[in-house]
Design a protein around this ligand. Structure first.
Ligand code: CP
Length: 304
C-alpha cells in the first residue's frame, strides 16, 4: 500500500521497519549537514485543512531534509473558500506533477476517502477525531528511546479520549507492540467503542498513575464539542490534571508525555511539563526522524 492512512492498516513489522529507518535519520539530522539527497526526484504537497504547529512544520522539515520539493497549502488562504471540493483541489495540485500528499483534515476518514479518488500517495496527518498515525509512531518511538522498549510497558492515556485521534492511533500502535494500555478520564469523555479495543478504563487518576509506567496527557478539545462534557475546567483539573505533588506522592517515577499543544495549568502544570520526567520536547524532536522514515519508505515504493 502506498499510503499511511492509519495505524489500523500497519502490522508490528511495519512499525519496526519505520523505527529502524528513523534511527538512521535521527543520526543523520544530528550531523552538521542535516540533509540527504534521497528524495531529490519527489514532490510533496502538505495540505492542511485544520490548524497545526508541530505536525505541519515537522513534515515540511522532514521532507526538506530528504531533499524533496515541497509545496504548502492552508485551506483558509485557498480556493476551498470559493467552494472548490477536496477532490478537485487535490487533482489540480497533482496535475502540477506532485507525487505525495500529506493531509490534515477535520473530517474522520478524509484520508481514506481521498486515497480512493486520486492517484497519489496519501499520508494522514490527522483526520478529525479518527487517527493521527505519525503522532502515535513518534510517541512509541519516544517511549522506546526513554525506556528501552515498548513491549510490556503500561501506558495510560489521560483526558479527552472521545475527541482524540492521538488516543486511537496510540491504542493501536501500543497494542501492536505488546504494551498494556489504559485510558483515564471523565466517563463523558470516554467513547463507547473503547470496550471493543481491549484497553483498561479507569476514572480515578491516582489509581491510573499508580498502575502505569507512562502517562500520555491529552488536551481537552473544546473545539470539537457542541456541548460541555464536564462541569468546569477547574473541576477537570482537580480530577484529571497532573502536578508535581501528585507525581511525587507515587512510589515510582513515571514518564510523562503530551502530544501538544499543552494547556498549562489545565491537564498538566508547568513544573511537570518542564521537568526531566517529561519527554514532551523529545517527542517533537523524534517527530522529524519518524516523518522522514515514513516519507522515505513510501517514496521508495513510488520510485519502483
Ligand atoms: N501534536 C500535534 O498534532 O500538534 P499540532 O496540532 O500542532 O500539529
Amino acid at each position: 500500500v502506498n499510503h499511511l492512512l492509519g495505524i489500523k492498516y500497519l502490522n508490528k513489522e511495519d512499525i519496526q521497519l519505520i523505527f529502524e529507518t528513523a534511527d538512521h535519520f535521527k543520526e543523520v539530522i544530528n550531523r552538521p549537514i542535516k540533509k540527504v539527497p534521497s528524495l531529490r526526484d519527489i514532490t510533496i504537497a502538505n495540505l492542511f485543512f485544520e490548524n497545526s504547529t508541530r505536525t505541519k512544520l515537522s513534515f515540511e522539515l522532514a521532507e526538506k531534509r530528504l531533499s524533496a520539493d515541497v509545496i504548502n497549502f492552508s485551506a483558509g488562504q485557498s480556493s476551498v473558500k470559493k467552494g472548490e471540493t477536496l477532490i478537485d483541489t487535490v487533482n489540480n495540485i497533482l496535475s502540477m506533477k506532485v507525487d505525495m500528499v500529506v493531509m490534515r483534515h477535520p473530517n474522520p476518514g478524509a484520508g481514506v476517502f481521498l486515497s480512493k479518488h486520486v492517484n497519489a500517495s496519501i499520508v494522514n496527518a490527522g483526520d478529525g477525531a479518527h487517527e493521527h498515525p505519525t503522532q502515535a509512531l513518534l510517541d512509541s518511538y519516544s517511549i522506546r528511546e526513554r525506556l528501552g522498549e515498548v513491549k510490556g510497558k503500561k501506558v495510560v492515556i489521560v483526558g479527552d479520549i472521545l475527541h482524540s485521534r492521538v488516543a486511537l492511533s496510540n491504542i493501536y500502535a501500543l497494542q501492536l507492540q505488546g504494551a498494556k494500555v489504559m485510558v483515564c478520564g471523565p466517563k463523558t469523555l470516554i467513547p463507547k467503542y473503547i470496550d471493543k479495543l481491549g484497553v483498561k478504563v479507569e476514572t480515578d487518576l491516582r489509581k491510573a498513575l499508580e498502575w502505569c509506567d507512562v502517562a500520555n496527557m491529552l488536551r481537552v478539545q473544546n473545539e470539537r464539542m457542541d456541548i460541555s462534557y464536564f462541569p468546569s475546567t477547574r473541576e477537570y483539573t482537580q480530577q484529571f490534571g497532573v502536578d508535581k505533588a501528585l507525581l511525587d506522592s507515587l512510589n515510582k517515577e513515571i514518564v510523562i508525555m503530551h502530544p501538544g499543544p499543552i494547556n498549562r495549568g489545565v491537564e498538566i502544570t508547568s513544573d511537570v511539563a518542564d521537568s526531566n520526567q517529561a519527554i514532551i520536547l523529545d517527542q517533537v524532536e523524534n517527530g522529524v526522524a519518524i516523518r522522514m522514515a515514513v516519507i522515505y519508505l513510501l517514496a521508495s515504493k513510488i520510485k519502483q
